[in-house]
Design a protein around this ligand. Structure first.
Ligand code: UDX
Length: 455
């Protein structure tokens, strides 16, 4: 714990699990440096969760759907439009409230998915930091699309600059190569609009660490004031300096009461496949069939997170059929699971939080990306960091078949590449820890960020 700073930072995440988690952890890092932090969440989320008290105070704004949240919005577009208008008003009120109580906010750290928040802060005379939840490589791709230098749909290989990764179209974020219509145009707009007014932001914070994507960071730095501040895991897992308090998680899903850690305790070292597709992705029924069949046939034990809303998609007898080796839970403490000695690999959708958590805890991955940035994260996991393998769709069906899943799981659990993957995972685990430890690249950036705003 260092110097005492007079600074009040307000943080505004996009209201989903994968965006709240990293911003909450970043806020805790600021609190560790004696900075006052307040995190604004929507009233609906606040009413439906019970965050425990901690160093970050939780305050409220509205997205216009206080009663039933996102699920009651007419469409994604309808949600975002209303959130922008009601969110702007209630964020302005919140900033004014702090000012009237002589507790003014000096900086707004806003999720880059919410560019209107930057305008609110500018009008209120407050400085701003845009917080990018996804990787630097993914942000760089979206930026090029925003600038019109990368046209979509992309159907040939892409390399943004010398020394940067060469992507095949299927490695790019799914919105750029996938011709499927549906809600994609709205999501694509959401990720591209991050750059709409970004020139007005004082600094860009990226939830990654320099050593993981050095070329990408250097490339972004030539145009933007970028700082890596990740990986944003709770301190208990990475940095002993920071007290591990109760406010370390903010679950939008009810944790399952099944004693899954005890179940893991009964399993041998590195013998269990942990399976999870994060907080949003829904598997198609064909993909669910391929996965359930893989898990029925596999010789390994597995722990599978099937969210309560997805439970009905499981085949009727699946749980009985696999109970000797498998456990299905609706939600778990993923970090506790990933640190457990019994876990041998993570069959993951490659959401960026799951990816960075797996990297920081040294767990090899079998990648089954579904959409958005996950395809690009899978490319890095397999080809750049060498810490996992990607299960591929081998025909036009969009579905990874059971034989492919079994083959890829086998490669990570006991194949020829197992040792190399494990060695690489161990190396990245160390580098992640160094980045957030005292004097590491992300730690230095956080201190610089604070000192700059204290001037
Ligand atoms: C979304 C997008 O899908 C992802 O691609 C993007 O990079 C971030 O936003 P999500 O799908 O929820 O995220 O996945 P992920 O980024 O992996 O975040 C899920 C979070 O929920 C992780 O922090 C994970 O630890 C946590 N989790 C997941 C649990 O705590 N328990 C669970 O059972 C499952």
């Amino acid at each position: 714990m260092g110097q005492k700073y007079e600074l009040h930072v307000l943080l505004l995440p996009y209201p989903s699990q994968g965006h709240i988690n990293p911003m909450l952890q970043f806020a805790k890092r600021l609190s560790f440096h004696n900075i006052q932090t307040s995190m604004a969440i929507t009233r609906f989320i606040s009413n439906s969760t019970r965050p425990e008290p901690g160093p970050v105070s939780i305050v409220h704004i509205s997205d216009g759907f206080d009663e039933n949240g996102f699920s009651s919005a007419p469409s994604i577009e309808g949600y975002l439009t209303r959130f922008e208008s009601i969110g702007s008003e209630t964020l302005t009120d919140l900033i004014e409230l702090f000012r009237s109580k002589e507790n003014p906010v000096q900086i707004l750290v806003y999720d880059a998915f919410l560019p209107w928040a930057l305008d609110v802060a500018n009008r209120a005379g407050i400085r701003t930091a845009a917080f990018f939840t996804q990787s630097c490589g993914v942000d760089a791709i979206y930026w090029q699309v925003w600038e019109g230098r990368l046209k979509y749909p992309v159907n040939e290989p892409v390399q943004l600059g010398p020394g940067l990764v060469r992507f095949e179209p299927w490695d790019l974020p799914s919105f750029l190569s996938d011709p499927i219509p549906g809600p994609y145009p709205t999501y694509l707009k959401l990720v591209l609009n991050q750059f709409e007014n970004l020139k007005k932001a004082d600094v860009l914070l990226i939830n990654s660490f320099y050593e993981l994507e050095p070329e990408e960071f250097e490339w972004m730095k030539s145009s933007w004031r970028v700082k890596s501040i990740g990986p944003t895991l709770p301190s208990a897992y990475l940095d002993d300096r920071v007290p591990s308090d109760s406010n370390y998680a903010f679950n939008l899903h009810n944790p399952d009461s099944t004693p899954y850690l005890q179940w893991l305790n009964s399993k041998p070292h590195s013998s269990v496949i942990y399976v999870s597709f994060g907080s949003m992705a829904s598997l198609s029924s064909d993909q669910t069939n391929e996965l359930t069949s893989t898990l029925v046939n596999t010789k390994y034990s597995f722990l599978w997170v099937v969210r309560a809303s997805e439970a009905a998609t499981l085949p009727k007898n699946f749980i009985q059929e696999t109970q000797a080796k498998g456990l299905v839970v609706t939600w778990c403490n993923q970090l506790e699971v990933l640190t457990h000695d019994a876990v041998g690999c993570f069959l993951t959708h490659c959401g960026w939080n799951s990816t960075t958590e797996s990297i920081a805890l040294g767990v090899p991955m079998v990648c089954t990306p579904q959409w958005t940035d996950q395809t690009t994260n899978a490319k890095y996991i397999e080809d750049v960091w060498g810490i996992g393998v990607r299960a591929r769709v081998e025909d036009g069906s969009g579905v990874v078949k059971r034989e492919e899943l079994e083959r890829r799981i086998g490669e990570v659990m006991e194949g020829e590449r197992r040792e190399e993957i494990r060695r690489n995972a161990g190396k990245w685990k160390e580098l992640a820890k160094e980045a957030v430890s005292e004097g590491g690249s992300s730690d230095k950036n956080i201190v610089e960020f604070i000192e700059e705003f204290c001037k």
